[in-house]
Structure formats: structure tokens, C-alpha cells
Design a binder for this molecule. Structure first.
Ligand SMILES: [Ca+2]
Ligand SMILES: [Ca+2]
Length: 311
């Protein structure tokens, strides 16, 4: 199984970001992205978080400086921007020198959109890098009390892994980090016995680091049945005859058949695990499970699609 995973990911391209749309107005950004997640830092334990932190689903790394979570406005102007809130991320190098990069990522996934409020940005210009490439440079208002918003939306069908802030200001605040992360599951499956639709998911979901384990799980299938997993390059939703099912993966590069555990409708399951080889860095793959099931219109049930990118 490990070999199959490795073979598949070696062949596939990454959906790395091609470009981004830049937003400098929070309302416009929110209207553009719709439903999204917000890290407002409310409820996060205040204190010093050192050079790296994982808060909620977000990761922060700022090698030479010190990350803090504050619940009171800083004397220089950094402050909470959450309506009714008190808490924000405070970046303070503690020295009167160039503030090095602050990089944000998202646990086990990737960004389709990212935006945040900044306070106490009175020394500019500010430069943003996405996946290490400069995408935007802007002047700052020169007023420590101002709230400034910056947001980025990846081009359709693409995602990015990190946002890096390169800011020549030794103290500033960040709050209300708004994100859309890429889900690992996409498309729809079709039902088999008992009306159950098989589900295909993975841990981690969405993105996996090289040299770490990826576990794919089939659940909700007919217990004891055979399942065939297809692995391919791209997401799809192609109707399969009159089955009511869709083929969620094209083109098909690899497939293999495995027996499911469990007994009875909806109780079939299987977990497949493998370690991602270093040579797979930057690649990705899509997969879908088909389960032999006499209750399916064409004799099978099918899962959703699953997308995993390798960091
Ligand atoms: Ca807040
Ligand atoms: Ca400042």
C-alpha cells in the first residue's frame, strides 16, 4: 500500500497558487469569500508564546521576535479589533531593529483565502509573501492607532500554504484572522445498502508533510464488501451511466481493490496508512472509493472525492 501511495503522488502536479486577488477592505473581502472561519483570539490564554504558536487551526512562526497574546491594548497602539472582544495577537521583537518575517499557516490544510486586521502598523512598507513569493507591498498609514486590513484570495482552483508578513515595525497587533481552508473532501458519493453513502476521508486532511503518515479511511460502506480505490490527477463529477453516481477523479492513474471490515449496511470500513516519501514534496492526488454493493443501481456504491496535497 505504501508503494501505491508513493507511485501515485510522484506522478501528480500540485495545485499551488497561480495568483491572488488583493483586498484592503474587510467588508469587501468578507462579501467576496462568503462563509469562512475567523480566529479572533477571544478565549486564548494571554501571555508570551515565544517564536512559534498554534492557535486554533492557525500556526504562527516568527523566528527572531516574540509572539504574545494580549487582552489589553498596548501602549503603542496594538489592540483588539473584535466587536465586543478584548484579545489579539501581539508581535513584539523587543528590540529596535528590523522586524523579521512572521509566517502563518493552517494545521493540516491549505488556504483558499486569508485576511486579517492589523493595528500599530506605523512603520512601512509592509510586504506580503505567499508560499514564499512576494505578492503585495503596501504603505502603512503612519498612525499607530489605525486599523488596517489586508486579505488575499487564491485564484480559482488553487490554494496556498503560508502567508508571510515582512514588516519593518517592531510592534504590531493582528486580530480577526479570516480564512477559508481547503477541505480534503469534495463532490458527492452515491448510496448502497441501507441508503448509506460511503465516505472517504484522510488524516491529516487536505495536506500532509513528507516523511509523515497519511491514513485514508473508508466508512459507511457495506460491511465485508470489496472496495476499489481510484487515484488520479484532478477533481471531476462525471455521471456514470444510469447509476446516479459520479466519477470524482480523472484521469485514473492507479486503482487497487481491498476488502472492507465490518458486517452489514453502513458498517463497512477500512483504514489504509502509508508514509509519504520526501520525493513527493509539492505534489498532490485525488481519490475515490467504489464499493461492490448489490443495492446500488449498477451494483456498486461510491464515495465522495478526496484531495490530498503533499507539503
Ligand atoms: Ca480579538
Ligand atoms: Ca508599530
Amino acid at each position: 500500500m505504501r508503494h501505491l501511495f508513493a507511485s501515485a503522488v510522484l506522478l501528480l502536479p500540485s495545485p499551488a497558487f497561480a495568483g491572488v486577488t488583493v483586498f484592503t477592505d474587510e467588508s469587501t473581502f468578507v462579501n467576496a469569500i462568503g462563509l469562512h472561519d475567523v480566529e479572533d483570539f477571544e478565549g486564548v490564554v494571554p501571555g508570551t508564546y515565544g517564536t512559534s504558536a498554534t492557535i486554533g487551526e492557525l500556526t504562527f512562526a516568527s523566528p527572531p521576535s516574540v509572539l504574545h497574546v494580549n487582552t489589553v491594548p498596548h501602549s503603542h497602539g496594538a489592540k483588539n479589533t473584535t466587536v465586543g472582544g478584548t484579545t489579539y495577537l501581539f508581535a513584539d521583537s523587543g528590540v529596535a531593529a528590523f522586524h523579521d518575517d512572521l509566517t502563518m499557516g493552517i494545521v493540516n490544510s491549505e488556504f483558499a483565502a486569508w485576511g486579517a486586521n492589523f493595528t500599530d502598523l506605523e512603520v512601512g512598507p509592509i510586504t506580503f509573501l505567499i508560499d514564499g513569493a512576494i505578492v503585495h507591498t503596501a504603505n502603512v498609514p503612519g498612525s499607530s492607532g489605525a486599523v488596517q486590513f489586508f486579505g488575499f484570495v487564491a485564484d480559482p482552483g488553487t490554494v496556498f500554504q503560508t502567508v508571510t508578513l515582512r514588516i519593518p515595525d517592531i510592534t504590531y497587533g493582528i486580530d480577526d484572522v479570516r480564512t477559508i481552508s481547503k477541505p480534503c473532501e469534495y463532490g458527492v458519493g452515491c448510496a448502497g445498502s441501507g441508503g448509506f453513502v460511503p465516505k472517504l476521508t484522510s488524516t491529516p486532511c487536505g495536506a500532509v508533510d513528507v516523511n509523515s503518515q497519511l491514513s485514508m479511511t473508508i466508512s459507511g460502506a457495506l460491511g465485508g464488501a470489496s472496495a476499489t480505490i481510484f487515484i488520479g490527477l484532478q477533481e471531476a463529477a462525471l455521471p456514470i451511466g444510469g447509476s446516479g453516481c459520479t466519477l470524482n477523479v480523472v484521469p485514473l492513474l492507479v486503482n487497487f481493490t481491498v476488502p472492507l471490515g465490518g458486517a452489514g449496511p453502513g458498517a463497512g470500513f477500512l483504514t489504509l496508512s502509508g508514509v509519504i516519501p520526501p520525493s513527493a514534496a509539492g505534489l498532490g492526488f485525488k481519490s475515490q472509493a467504489f464499493v461492490v454493493d448489490p443495492a446500488g443501481i449498477e451494483g456498486f456504491a461510491a464515495s465522495n472525492g478526496l484531495s490530498v496535497d503533499v507539503n
